[in-house]
Design a protein around this ligand. Structure first.
Ligand SMILES: [Zn+2]
Ligand SMILES: [Zn+2]
Length: 365
C-alpha cells in the first residue's frame, strides 16, 4: 500500500510502499478516497511531536469500508465513511456522558502492546500511525469508534473535511459555546476551521456573523459560508470596526489565530456577558495579560476549545446531512486537490490566503 511517510523530523512527506495489517476485532479497513491536509499534522511533523518518525500522519479521511474485523458492528463493507481523529473508549464517564472528546482511555482504540503494529515497512519494522489513523495513505486501518458512516451522496472530498476542521470549527460554536438564535458572533481568522465556525453560526441561527481576517480572498469565501459582515483587519482596526457593526459589543468571539494581539482584540470586542473562545494555538507559546476587574464589570468569560467539544458519531452525520440539504457549504471549503506525493506543496499552498482546504484525492494506485 502507498503511504506518505514522515521519515525524519522536519524532513517533509515522501511516498513509500508500506504493509498494512488485516483488520482484527473492532478494526475497520478503509480504502481512502480523500484525505485533508490539517495544519496540526505539519506542526507535529516539523517538531517531531507525539508520533516519532517513521510515521504516517493525516487525520481527515473519507473512503469506503473494504474489510472489517470479526467484532465490528458500527459499519459494513461498502459503507462510505469518515475516519475521525477523536479516539474514545466508549466506557469511561466522559464517554458515557457524550463527551467522547474528553475520553480518559483514548488508547483503547489502538492495538495492545505486543500485538503486531498495524503499519509496517516492507522490511517489517513498525511505523507510527498518527491519531490511530495514518490518513496520508491509500488505506487506513482504524478502530470502529473512529469510523463514522455517512450518506453515499456526499462527495468524498467534502466528507473528509468533516473529520477534523469542520468538527473543530462548527463544534466550537454549536457544542462548546452553544450559540443561540439571535445572538451575534465574530470569527477572527477565516481559514478552513474559522469558515466552519461561520457555517456553524448559521446553523445556530446567529443574527450577525462577522468575519475578521487580513486576506480579502478569505473574507470573500466567508460570505459563501454565511458571514453577514466582513472586516479586513489589514485595513481597519478590527475592534472599532466590530463595535461600529455591533454597538453593544459581540455575544461571542471565536479566535482561530491564537496570537496575543488577537486575543486582546477579541476581549475588547465583547459586549456585556459575552464570551471569548480560544481555538487557534498560534505557535503554542501565546501569553496574555488580563485585568480581571474589567472582565468582572463586563461579566465576560474566556474558554479554550478542544476539538469543538465534538462527539463524532453524533456530529459528523449531522453536518453531512446539512451539507446535502444545502445548509452547510462544504464545497466552498475545498480549494485545491492534490496527489499523495504532493503533500509538501499542499502545505505551502495553505499559506496562501486564497486557499481554504487542500485535499488529497489521487492516491496514485
Ligand atoms: Zn486537524
Ligand atoms: Zn472513554
Amino acid at each position: 500500500m502507498k503511504a506518505s511517510v514522515v521519515s525524519a523530523v522536519g524532513g517533509g512527506f515522501a511516498v513509500q510502499e508500506l504493509q498494512l495489517a488485516q483488520p482484527q476485532g473492532r478494526e475497520v479497513l478503509v480504502e481512502v478516497k480523500a484525505s485533508g491536509l490539517c495544519h496540526s499534522d505539519l506542526t507535529l511533523a516539523n517538531a517531531g511531536l507525539v508520533y516519532a518518525p517513521p510515521a504516517v500522519l493525516g487525520h481527515e479521511v473519507a473512503g469506503v469500508v473494504i474489510a472489517v474485523g470479526e467484532a465490528v458492528s458500527d459499519c459494513r463493507i461498502g459503507d462510505h465513511v469518515v475516519a475521525c481523529l477523536i479516539q474514545f473508549c466508549g466506557h469511561c464517564v466522559p464517554c458515557l456522558s457524550g463527551h467522547t472528546h474528553a475520553c480518559l482511555n483514548p488508547d483503547a482504540t489502538l492495538r495492545a502492546p505486543g500485538e503486531p503494529a498495524r503499519l509496517q515497512t516492507a522490511q517489517g519494522s513498525s511505523v507510527n500511525q498518527g491519531f490511530g489513523l495514518g490518513g496520508f495513505a491509500a488505506q487506513v486501518l482504524a478502530h470502529e469508534n473512529q469510523v463514522i458512516v455517512i450518506p453515499k451522496a456526499l462527495p468524498f472530498e467534502e466528507a473528509a473535511l468533516l473529520g477534523c476542521g469542520v468538527l473543530t470549527g462548527a463544534g466550537a460554536v454549536l457544542n462548546t459555546a452553544k450559540v443561540e438564535h439571535g445572538q451575534s458572533v465574530v470569527v477572527i481568522g477565516a481559514g478552513g476551521v474559522g469558515l466552519s465556525a461561520i457555517a456553524g453560526a448559521v446553523l445556530a441561527g446567529a443574527s450577525r456573523i462577522i468575519a475578521v481576517d487580513v486576506a480579502e480572498a478569505k473574507l470573500q469565501r466567508a460570505c459563501l459560508l454565511g458571514a453577514t459582515d466582513t472586516v479586513d483587519s489589514s485595513q481597519h482596526d478590527p475592534v472599532l470596526a466590530v463595535k461600529a457593526l455591533l454597538p453593544g459589543g459581540a455575544d461571542y468571539v471565536f479566535d482561530f489565530v491564537g496570537v496575543r494581539a488577537v486575543v486582546e482584540q477579541g476581549l475588547q470586542m465583547l459586549g456585556k456577558g459575552g464570551g471569548l473562545y480560544l481555538v487557534g494555538i498560534g505557535d503554542g507559546s501565546t501569553t496574555v495579560d488580563l485585568r480581571t476587574f474589567d472582565l468582572m464589570l463586563n461579566h465576560n468569560r474566556i474558554e479554550a476549545v478542544y476539538m469543538g467539544s465534538s462527539n463524532a458519531k453524533r456530529d459528523i452525520p449531522f453536518y453531512a446531512e446539512m451539507a446535502l440539504a444545502g445548509r452547510f457549504n462544504l464545497a466552498a471549503l475545498v480549494s485545491r486537490r492534490i496527489a499523495l506525493s504532493q503533500i509538501d506543496e499542499g502545505y505551502l499552498a495553505l499559506k496562501d490566503g486564497a486557499t481554504a482546504r487542500v485535499v488529497i484525492t489521487d492516491f496514485e494506485h
